[in-house]
Design a protein around this ligand. Structure first.
Ligand SMILES: *[C@@H]1O[C@H](CO)[C@@H](O)[C@H](O)[C@H]1NC(C)=O
Ligand SMILES: *[C@@H]1O[C@H](CO)[C@@H](O)[C@H](O)[C@H]1NC(C)=O
Ligand SMILES: *[C@@H]1O[C@H](CO)[C@@H](O)[C@H](O)[C@H]1NC(C)=O
Ligand SMILES: *[C@@H]1O[C@H](CO)[C@@H](O)[C@H](O)[C@H]1NC(C)=O
Ligand SMILES: *[C@@H]1O[C@H](CO)[C@@H](O)[C@H](O)[C@H]1NC(C)=O
Ligand SMILES: *[C@@H]1O[C@H](CO)[C@@H](O)[C@H](O)[C@H]1NC(C)=O
Length: 446
């Protein structure tokens, strides 16, 4: 029986038995095999995931097969495997279409993954006829290959690519996707291109007209994008897009509020670690989750009625008053900013607020009443998940480094009324203005 299973495995890889020998381990339903001269095999019959790990497949050149006989096809059709993974391998390109053809005989394989693989350019191209592949999810992580552009003939793969739903190509130094592939990926819902070298210009060609028309989730974090406006204009046609991750790109300051319309369908928008100082860029109108953490934002003026989650950790904000115009907010993170107090009374008016992370700010612990109010938010309202360990006084000097819940309230003097609040600065200016007007009246001139 072992022989049959091993045979099935190599069959799956499109390799000719007995030249290919290996060793397989089964843990849970995951079968891992490595190429070697050893002949110890464990049964992989119940496995739903098959993984081939380590080795150079070049040495099987000339032993790969293009045709299978009826018995072999029977074996493939009986396999339970749904996911096939290739890890740490050197893979000559000729091997790929063959492997895909063999995979097309297995009824259940829906996921194909290549992790840390190097694809070697083959001298001669192997032509194969079209086949019916049921793989809906394809993932490449840390792979290297020669650019495909000049010699790519996707005609035999076209039927399959038109049905592919998930594509991941991460940390693989990719700079663009040829438009002729992007437009064929008509059914793609999920595209992860994180950790590559996409720049604004290449993004425009990759997302050419008609490309990825069904896309719902797009991850572009950790690329080389620099113009927020260009990215917006490039992606504006993706009218099914709900989730966009642009985090870890370095956006340059640009013209504020330039007219670009993000897709109306966008709900989750990630701009974490993108070097932003002001959020004066056009935002998608219907977003529910916005991540602006790890930027240098010190001014914020948002008005997004449907916003439910706002992440502002690690910025330079001194006040949260400008966030008042977000009536639907449920989750707010504003830890690691420059807040010296929390406007607790205002916060109580946010009916939907369930969680407020506001620790690691330089709190001013001079006022009894302000501290009481924060304690109240934390204990009675149970709003602060990071209370009390992250709430530390920066001033006054007597209580520096005290936790807010350890400051002896009885020793504090200041009443809230004597605190100059943001709003009353305007009042002061008006008074000043009136006084100046008054002194300039003729009656006061002697
Ligand atoms: C893999 O095998 C091929 C053919 O045997 C050889 O040319 C190539 O150098 C090998 N690559 C590595 C990295 O060992
Ligand atoms: C990637 O695969 C090569 C063999 O192709 C291996 O030598 C190397 O250790 C692997 N790297 C990692 C990080 O697993
Ligand atoms: C596509 O990927 C997403 C996210 O990883 C996953 O939830 C979904 O099940 C995948 N769909 C298919 C068809 O593999
Ligand atoms: C991407 O940006 C980094 C940092 O700015 C730079 O070092 C790198 O060369 C860029 N890569 C490409 C492919 O442009
Ligand atoms: C945004 O992306 C960062 C990584 O770049 C991730 O840590 C964070 O969880 C993402 N935010 C959301 C709301 O998914
Ligand atoms: C802290 O608040 C008190 C009372 O409002 C004020 O007098 C003091 O200047 C503030 N300290 C700092 C460092 O802002």
């Amino acid at each position: 029986m072992y022989t049959t299973l091993t045979f099935a495995f190599f069959l799956l890889l499109g390799l000719n038995f007995p030249k290919a020998k290996g060793m397989c381990y089964l843990t849970q339903q995951h079968c891992v095999c490595s190429l070697s001269e050893l002949k110890t095999f464990f049964t992989c019959l119940p496995a739903t995931t098959y993984e081939l790990r380590g080795g150079n497949l070049s040495r099987f050149a000339g032993f790969s097969r293009t045709e299978l006989d009826a018995n072999e096809i029977d074996i493939l059709e009986a396999l339970l495997v749904s996911k096939l993974i290739f890890t740490d391998l050197i893979v000559p390109e000729f091997f790929l279409p063959l492997a895909l053809k063999v995979v097309s005989y297995t009824p259940l394989i829906s996921e194909l993954e290549f992790v840390n693989c190097t694809f070697l350019r083959s001298a001669d191209q192997v032509g194969i006829d079209g086949f019916d592949l049921k793989v809906s999810s394809l993932r490449f992580h840390k792979v290297t290959a020669d650019p495909l552009d000049d010699r790519l003939d996707i005609s035999s793969l076209q039927n399959w690519l038109e049905t592919l739903e998930n594509l991941t190509v991460t940390e693989s130094q990719v700079t663009s996707i040829p438009c002729k592939i992007s437009t064929v990926l008509k059914a793609l819902h999920f595209l992860d291109l994180s950790g590559n070298h996409f720049q604004d210009q290449a993004l425009e060609t990759s997302f050419c007209k008609g490309a990825f028309s069904q896309l719902q989730v797009l991850k572009l974090h950790g690329n080389n994008l620099s113009s927020y406006e260009t990215v917006c204009q490039t992606l504006a046609h993706l009218n099914q897009l709900t989730n966009l991750d642009l985090s870890q790109n370095d956006f340059l300051p640009g013209p504020p509020f330039i007219s670009c319309l993000w897709p109306q369908s966008l709900r989750v928008f990630n701009l974490s670690s993108t070097g932003l100082e002001h959020m004066d860029r056009a935002l998608p109108p219907n977003i529910e989750v916005l991540d602006l953490s790890n930027n240098r934002i010190f001014i914020l003026d948002l008005s997004i009625p449907g916003l439910k989650e706002l992440y502002l950790s690690n910025n330079r904000l001194q006040t949260i008053l400008s966030i008042k115009s977000l009536p639907g907010l449920e989750v707010l993170s504003i830890d690691h900013n420059q807040l010296s107090q929390l406007p607790a009374e205002d916060l109580l008016h946010w009916k939907h607020l369930k969680s407020l992370r506001a620790g690691l700010n330089p709190y001013n612990c001079s006022c009894k009443q302000t501290i009481r109010e924060i304690q109240d938010l934390a204990t009675r309202k149970a709003l602060l998940p990071d209370w009390p360990h992250d709430y530390i006084c920066r001033s006054p000097p007597d209580y520096q480094d005290f936790l807010l819940n350890e400051v002896p309230l009885s020793s504090l003097q200041c009443n809230k009324a004597s605190v100059v609040r943001q709003g009353s600065v305007v009042g002061l200016l008006i008074c000043l203005h009136l006084v100046l007007r008054l002194v300039s009246l003729p009656a006061f001139k002697s």
